[in-house]
Design a protein around this ligand. Structure first.
Ligand code: CA
Length: 273
């Protein structure tokens, strides 16, 4: 299969209901993600796995921003109330939060306070009409990573979102290395000995999730949620299938995926390497 266009060439919008995912990424129909084919071009799928919770009660702005974020390649969930955001953050593994402060129920600062009280280190960008020094200071003191005021330029928002995600996934060194395997989080590419590793998107997603958490066990749920950017459900054994395929690919370079019973998977160098 030769893919000649970006896999994130479109967005699909669904009806907005309270706290729903309004904009989802999808891959073009002819893109067969079950295929085991080797692609002719390296894929840049890092953004597809990046899940952003957008907390915004203004549905026009929220919908517009959701579209922009999806166009930039992110998987976006829109929360229109503070309470929804609060509960979503307790249950879902988001990579970042864009947080409005003036919400109809719980104030955005309360959502942030609860998040940090749970010892969560998810990057938070406050995006608000409140431009007073006091709000800015309180927001940052409560643990926000960045603060932008409305009105804002989309280009600046995009740059700040990418900067925060880069910082939280590998700090200033954008490479995550395990043996000959390297994930370049800046350029969204996995290489083996400096050569691009060409993988079908879902296998890429699984390997990327394991590399982003290298040295730690990654649960099957966590991987499944990262892959849940398509409309169809993952089959029950889908993760096992992708892991099985990846094991075969990784074996020759001395990398293994260990099953930690009841917990998930751990990416590591094979013992005799
Ligand atoms: Ca608001």
């Amino acid at each position: 299969m030769i893919v000649t266009h970006k896999p994130w060439a479109g967005t699909r919008n669904t009806t907005i209901t309270k706290g729903d995912t309004v904009t989802q990424f999808w891959l073009p129909q002819k893109f067969d993600h079950h295929s085991d084919a080797t692609f002719h071009k390296p894929f840049k799928l890092w953004h597809i796995s990046m899940r952003i919770l957008l907390v915004e009660d203004d549905t026009v702005l929220g919908d517009g921003l959701s579209r922009s974020l999806a166009d930039w390649g992110f998987n976006v969930t829109l929360a229109v109330t503070g309470a929804y955001a609060d509960s979503a953050l307790c249950t879902q593994p988001y990579d970042m939060v864009i947080l409005d402060l003036g919400l109809p129920d719980l104030d955005g600062l309360e959502v942030l306070r609860h998040l940090r009280a749970r010892m969560s280190a998810i990057p938070v960008l406050i995006l608000t009409a409140r431009d007073g020094l006091n709000d800015r200071v309180v927001g940052l003191e409560l643990g926000a990573d960045d603060y932008m005021t409305k009105p804002f330029e989309l280009r600046e928002l995009e740059a700040r979102v990418r900067a925060l995600l880069r910082r939280s996934h590998g700090g200033f060194n954008h490479d995550i290395v395990l043996g000959q395997l390297l994930l370049d989080t800046l350029n969204q590419q996995i290489t083996v000995d400096s050569r691009p590793m060409l993988l079908p998107p879902r296998e890429y997603g699984v390997l990327e999730a394991l590399l982003l958490h290298v040295g730690r066990v990654v649960s099957k749920d966590n991987i499944a949620q990262r892959l849940a950017v398509h409309s169809e459900e993952l089959a029950d054994n889908a993760i096992e299938v992708y892991v099985h395929r990846l094991r075969k690919r990784l074996e020759p370079i001395g990398i293994s995926i260990r099953t930690v019973r009841g917990l998930g998977y751990l990416l590591e160098q094979s013992k005799n390497e």
